[in-house]
Design a protein around this ligand. Structure first.
Ligand code: C2O
Ligand code: CU
Ligand code: CU
Length: 496
């Protein structure tokens, strides 16, 4: 439908002068700006830290229960889904080296799953479409956290229904800590270290509207109302000179270019999978669905400023761009500094030692061509293995956006490094650990993937576009990790 509208709009614009009025309407209807028009009247909700307990085997145990509820978004209530609450879920937190277990209870009336996005863990614990949790059932994955400190997240992954389950509110953060890093960064949760989970929604009188509009049917859902941590029109009281925002784009399909309304610089200190080698100062940071970043903003006493998303550089043509939210400006969150601010340590010049992303370590190369809701011409089939890799090895993968629509690439169970984009080194904010990468159309990306250290010939990991409607329509494939010389088994169907 969107393609047709684009085509119609293009034809009208080019050929038919007399229809300029209609063209203007279509054109204008596809752009959105809330700049200066959001009333920041609701205190930003901060997801609670999930309580945990140590069990007899020394595991840190969490409980998550997904259920339907009525959520107050701040002046608007709507039926929503949440974990242990009315919308989103608590922040899970564990340190590298700890063994965790999570009891995931499904209190909904339909089957779901919970996937640990960005976590390095065995495929059977990953929570993808093969780890269904039926209504009334509890699934209890367990694994040992073994990766750098990072802002990861969790969300459902039932094949064909991920978009709706996330849209309704099932998502949360999983923060991995590491004793040896980040001590000089703001780190008091909810005070100077604050989750900022950004989603776009559309509201009817008493409900969230789930249906994409005619414009957005093909791209995925685009909303007109930004919700942060489940709050509309949110403000954050800042009491320290510096505040660290853990940004998660948990929207189904929308990309953002985050910045401050007064264009001040901020320091990007982390990408999806951990800290950057050094902070990178910038004014606009683009995050596609599924991507995270941690930024440190410096505030002056008594001031207010707004986190605003300006039109992101999605690498699209001017017409296509307009119909996927690519020209939208959205006010996200107001930062309100107290009259006096507690001192914060300066952002350190060096953050962490990152290994060189050396492609000579790669034992194989693989191409992934994303086009038409398929990858390499195939749509997701839960019973098909698309790639077999060897445990603990490293490969060069080449994801390519070949159809001009916005796509991202996200492999499960791993972190990767961007080696190059069209032969050039990645920009600094993309130079650290990543697990989700926005693919500009036709740009040749090369990524170095450190494959999982867990072999299981029968249970696959997913790779997919994180535009959730694309994923649901089949833009997803499966890879299996085997021991050296091993062969892939036969995965069950998605409800196996
Ligand atoms: Cu956010 Cu397949 O994941
Ligand atoms: Cu994932
Ligand atoms: Cu896509």
């Amino acid at each position: 439908m969107r393609r047709i509208l684009i085509l119609v709009a293009s034809l009208i614009l080019v050929v038919c002068g007399v229809c300029a009025g209609l063209a203007t309407w279509v054109w204008n209807a596809a752009a959105l700006s809330t700049e200066g028009r959001v009333a920041f009247v609701n205190r930003l909700a901060v997801p609670p830290l999930a309580p945990s307990r140590m069990d007899g085997q020394g595991r840190r145990v969490f409980d998550l229960r997904a259920a339907q509820a009525v959520h107050d978004f701040g002046g608007r209530t709507a039926t929503a889904w949440g974990f242990n609450g009315t919308y989103l879920g608590p922040t899970l937190r564990a340190a590298r080296g700890e063994t965790v277990a999570v009891n995931v209870h499904n209190g909904l009336t339909e089957t779901t799953t919970v996937h640990w996005h960005g976590m390095h863990l065995p495929a059977a614990m990953d929570g993808g479409p093969h780890q269904s949790v039926q209504p009334g059932q509890t699934w209890s994955p367990t694994w040992t956290v073994d990766q750098p400190a990072a802002t990861l997240w969790y969300h459902p992954h039932p094949h064909g229904a991920t978009a709706t389950h996330v849209y309704r509110g099932l998502a949360g953060l999983f923060i991995v800590d590491e004793a040896t890093t980040g001590a000089d960064l703001p780190h008091r949760y909810g005070i100077d270290d604050v989750p900022v989970i950004v989603q776009d929604r559309r509201f009817g009188p008493d409900r969230m509207i789930e249906e994409p509009t005619a414009f957005t049917d093909d791209i995925g859902f685009l909303g007109d109302t930004v919700v942060v941590n489940g709050t509309i029109g949110p403000y954050l009281d800042v009491t320290t000179e510096r505040v660290r925002l853990r940004l998660l784009n948990a929207s189904n399909a929308r990309g953002y270019a985050f910045g401050l309304a007064d264009d001040r610089e901020f320091a990007v200190v982390a990408s999806d999978g951990g800290l950057l080698a050094a902070p990178h100062r910038m004014r606009r940071l683009t995050l596609a669905p599924g991507e995270r970043a941690e930024i440190v903003v410096t505030m002056r006493p008594g001031e207010r400023t707004v986190v605003r998303s300006t039109p992101p550089d999605l690498g699209l043509n001017p017409i296509g761009r307009r119909f996927v939210g690519g020209v939208d400006t959205l006010d996200i969150l107001e930062l309100r500094a107290a009259a006096t601010l507690a001192p914060s340590a300066p952002v350190p010049g060096r953050l962490v030692d990152l290994p060189v992303a050396d492609p000579s370590r790669a034992v194989a190369q693989r191409a992934f061509r994303l086009a038409g809701h398929a990858i390499n011409g195939r749509r997701m089939d839960p019973a098909r293995v698309d790639a077999t890799v060897t445990k603990g090895t490293t490969e060069v993968w080449r994801p390519l956006n070949a159809d001009g629509a916005p796509h991202t690439f996200h492999p499960h169970g791993v972190s990767f490094r961007v080696i190059s984009a069209d032969g050039r080194a990645p920009s600094p904010e993309l130079s650290g650990w990543k697990d989700t990468l926005y693919l500009k159309p036709d740009v040749r990306y090369e990524i170095l993937v450190d494959l999982p250290h867990y072999a299981d010939p029968h249970v696959p990991y997913m790779f997919h576009c994180h535009v959730l409607e694309h994923e649901d329509r089949g833009m997803m494939g499966q890879f299996v990790v085997v021991e050296p010389g091993g062969t892939a088994g036969a995965p069950h169907g998605s409800h196996g």
